[in-house]
Write a protein of this length. Sequence first.
Length: 273
Amino acid sequence: MASGGNVPQFASLYVGDLHPDVTEAMLYEIFNSVGPVGSIRVCRDSVSRRSLGYGYVNFHSVSDAERALDTLNYSSIKGRDAGSCGASEKSHNPKLSNKKSNLEMAAAGGVPQFASLYVGDLHQDVTEAMLYEIFNSVGPVGSIRVCRDSVTRRSLGYGYVNFHSVSDAERALDTLNYSSIKGRACRIMWSQRDPSLRKSGVGNIFVKHLDRNIDNKALYDTFSLFGNILSCKVASDMTGKSRGYGFVHYETEEAAKQAIERVNGMQIGDKTV
């Protein structure tokens, strides 16, 4: 309760990938062992009251929330690994949903933004825990989410990794892009860049007459010499075989123009593009 005009602060954790039978009481028993819990809510369908597979745990102190994030992230609850996203202070106002703030962590003097990476072309068996082990070796990871079908819970083949620092995200992009995870090369891009860039078409290049043996990594290695790449992909059929063309999207139009001037007519593999 507020006293002397002060508003009590809570440190809120988002808890995802919950088994549909997990209740507030179960979460309370688990998280209260770390520190005093202020409130817990499992989000449910407004009609059926079935769990939507995620919820929020609110601690009285940020330090307790951080300890829960460190010790309980990806722990098993009713046979399913639950993922906790980054802690964020919020006021007692119930309208302030932390769902918007999953990629933020409160700190004295401000709320720094996470550096978010999109990770695509994932094998369907890749889990958040696997990605955490790989990306956390580069730098401290704030949260990870593998996107899944809302009904079957099968992976959609992509996810997001959020670092606390931009420099760590940049290092992960440089060192892990197109690395193999469960036998499949993952494709990493920045997930939070100006969306108007993509819609405008500025910086986009269409690359045709590609050697069928050129993959995403080879295309990226060739074109990354001319500027920062937002996305890069070789078009493929349902079996994963190249269709003989691809797309490269640069951050600036100048980089795209330079790439066209330098690469147009160059032999890549056994073909001239």
